[in-house]
Design a protein. Structure first.
Length: 144
């Protein structure tokens, strides 16, 4: 069996990926998206590669391959909830933490537009492949 520590030392990840699962009250969805675009900004984007707030798709004829149900912790909230996944690509975990990560604390009440507290995870690529397609070069309309 390979020495896992040796393998980990040999990998130099080209980026850090931060994923946030937002659980939004259906009737406050517009408010949430506006705040994401205008209030939850990144002042110094030097280490930011890209950030994407994405509305969750459900398994359907269009998306038959979906096998990961992302749901509220409390099933009674599901009908009143809209799920968003925020994926941010940063040059490093250190750069992410310096710019925005240090603000992410769970010692405050959830926002009024949230039906349940958001969840966060950081992942580090272990292996990767790169294609010729490029990231968008401009912010979405209204995003600061």
């Amino acid at each position: 069996m390979a020495d896992i520590e040796a393998i980990e030392r040999d990998i130099t990840a080209p980026l850090s990926i931060i994923i946030i699962h937002w659980k939004i009250r259906r009737e406050r969805e517009v408010e949430f998206r506006e705040k994401w675009k205008t209030l939850y900004t990144i002042k110094d984007r030097e280490g930011l590669i890209g950030e994407f707030l994405s509305k969750l798709e459900r398994k359907s004829n269009e998306y038959p391959y979906i096998t990961w149900p992302i749901e509220c912790d409390d099933p009674t909230n599901e009908e009143k909830c809209v799920h968003y996944i925020n994926v941010a690509l940063w040059s490093s975990h250190k750069r992410f933490y310096e710019e925005v990560g240090h603000n992410m604390r769970d010692d405050q009440p959830i926002q009024q537009f949230e039906i349940e507290r958001r969840r966060r995870v950081a992942v580090t690529p272990a292996e990767w492949r790169i294609g010729p397609a490029k990231l968008p070069t401009d912010d979405s309309d209204g995003t600061k």
